[in-house]
Design a protein around this ligand. Structure first.
Ligand code: MG
Ligand code: ZN
Length: 216
């Protein structure tokens, strides 16, 4: 079999499973957080989930190639987490989410999936989520939205993190937003910093609104 055919088979098997997951997530908002490594996804979740955990039933599936460090960090906040180690693989697949919910159950208002740090193939693998949330930090290139347009095209919200570092880095935040909106005009943009706390309440409210819309 050709390489391309194998890839198509894997993707179509994944889409079938994602469809089944989506049917199960009738009352659960599922958000797939994607980014490059080191953008601060786990730090954002640690801060925002504590704002939501007393009001909503929530859990996190953590994807990393190795270690359970991030799941341990989430659990330290009192939110349940399930760690998936992907080993050689650079993205989560629907089957990983299936394993996660087998452990966490479906009695949830919100399920967060923190994907493996990667902006390329994570765009191609549907996890049954309601929305993909893209995180980029100010220590990265502001042109990532145009370098990785596939991801930005399938994203719903775009978080620009580590805004506290803006005075020290060559990151043109307005240019970055312009690039992102050029790829996807209706992308919601939220600026955050886990140091100053900027945008974290806004993000919590944004997620809360999505939970309410999902529940109708
Ligand atoms: Mg992480
Ligand atoms: Zn991958």
């Amino acid at each position: 079999m050709g390489k391309l055919i194998i890839k198509e088979k894997i993707l179509s098997k994944n889409s079938d499973m994602a469809k089944q997951l989506r049917n199960k997530f009738k009352n659960t908002l599922v958000l797939n957080f994607v980014s490059s490594p080191g953008s601060g996804k786990t730090s954002i979740l640690e801060r925002v989930l504590v704002m939501l955990k007393d009001k909503y039933k929530l859990a996190v599936i953590e994807g990393d190639q190795q270690t359970s460090n991030d799941a341990d960090r989430i659990e330290a906040t009192g939110v349940r987490a399930f760690q998936v180690n992907t080993g050689g693989s650079c993205h989560l697949e629907a089957s990983d989410v299936e394993r996660g919910i087998a452990e966490l159950g479906l009695d949830l208002d919100l399920l967060i999936i923190e994907n493996v740090g990667n902006l390329v193939c994570t765009a191609a693998f549907d996890l049954g989520e309601d929305a993909k949330i893209i995180v980029l930090s100010t220590t990265e290139g502001e042109d990532k939205p145009i370098k990785y347009p596939t991801m930005f095209r399938v994203g719903t919200a775009f978080i620009i993190n580590k805004t506290d570092l803006l005075p020290y880095v060559d990151f043109d935040i307005e240019k970055c937003i312009e690039y992102a909106k050029g790829v996807k005009p209706d992308l919601d943009v939220i600026k955050t910093s886990c140091k100053t706390g900027e945008g974290l309440q806004e993000l919590a409210r944004y997620i809360e609104k999505m939970i309410q819309i999902k529940k109708g």
